[in-house]
Ligand binder design. Structure first.
Ligand code: SF4
Length: 268
């Protein structure tokens, strides 16, 4: 299934509509007060909500403008990110009400994030790019502790960690493998990258992208032929295109739906 950015943008707009309804309801209560205290309380609440509403509305318009114009300006981008962060939980709840799976909404958010990052057109030195992979890519029977030190990998070729080493060597980027969000954040703190190419599932990528903002992160979804968190795989073509994008600023498209996944050579 092709992942569409418009799912997330639509849910953002719906969340905004939800806020407008709350605002109108509050206004109705202000003009029909039961006591002076209630009236003041509601009035202050409404002022806060109106300011929030304005920021969010500007943020959504900014995101749409960035995508339509294919150009990014720092102010638009900050407003857009702010709106996304405020509305994200509401969008998830609304999506559930409409029967849209959480993973679909998160994948849509990742696509939107990737497009905004690509539009920025940053050029980053390879050594300032961190290629961050999840631990579940490692073959489950491998005895080597690669999260402590990625060079503990013996490069036997039984899982795609070997190929990720090759990709990191080819471009000269840093490579790290994390067991979860905490370790991933530690790697970001330690290496201080200017850009991150992150591989993970919808849940971890979404939280990682949101946690590290405004650091530019291009997310690549892993593939789970054996179920979640076990011997997962990744489309190396997408990983390379993400790295190339940061290095050369090329407008390389790597929609997550491209089905040219990496296959391990043996052992699984
Ligand atoms: S390539 Fe081989 S040694 Fe390296 S992590 Fe995978 S299974 Fe372990």
């Amino acid at each position: 299934m092709r992942i569409k950015k418009r799912i997330f943008i639509g849910l953002l707009a719906l969340s905004l509509l939800f806020l407008i309804i709350v605002l109108l309801l509050g206004w109705y209560l202000v003009v029909n007060p039961s006591s002076f205290f209630n009236r003041m309380l509601l009035f202050l609440g409404l002022i806060t909500l109106a300011a929030l509403f304005l920021v969010i509305a500007l943020g959504i318009v900014s995101i749409i403008l960035i995508i339509l114009q294919g150009r990014s300006q720092p102010l638009f981008q900050h407003l857009g990110l702010l709106a996304i962060n405020i509305l994200f939980p509401i969008a998830l709840v609304l999506g559930k009400r409409f029967g849209i799976k959480k993973d679909t909404i998160k994948a849509s958010f990742i696509e939107l994030n990737n497009q905004i990052v690509r539009i920025q057109g940053l050029i980053v030195k390879p050594e300032k790019i961190l290629l961050l992979a999840p631990h579940c890519l490692q073959w489950s029977g491998c005895p080597h502790k690669i999260t402590i030190d990625i060079y503990n990998c013996r490069r036997c070729g039984r899982c795609c960690i070997d190929s990720l080493h090759s990709v990191a060597e080819k471009y000269g980027t840093r490579l790290a493998v994390a067991t979860g969000g905490t370790l991933a954040r530690q790697f970001v703190k330690k290496y201080k990258p200017e850009a991150v190419v992150a591989i993970a599932c919808e849940r971890d990528l979404t939280s990682g992208i949101r946690d590290t903002q405004p650091l530019p992160v291009l997310g690549v979804l892993n593939q789970r032929p054996n179920g979640p968190c076990l011997n997962t795989q990744v489309n190396l073509n997408q990983v390379e295109k993400a790295i190339q994008h940061f290095m050369y600023g090329k407008n390389v498209s790597f929609n997550q739906s491209q089905n040219t996944e990496y296959k391990v050579s043996s052992g699984m």
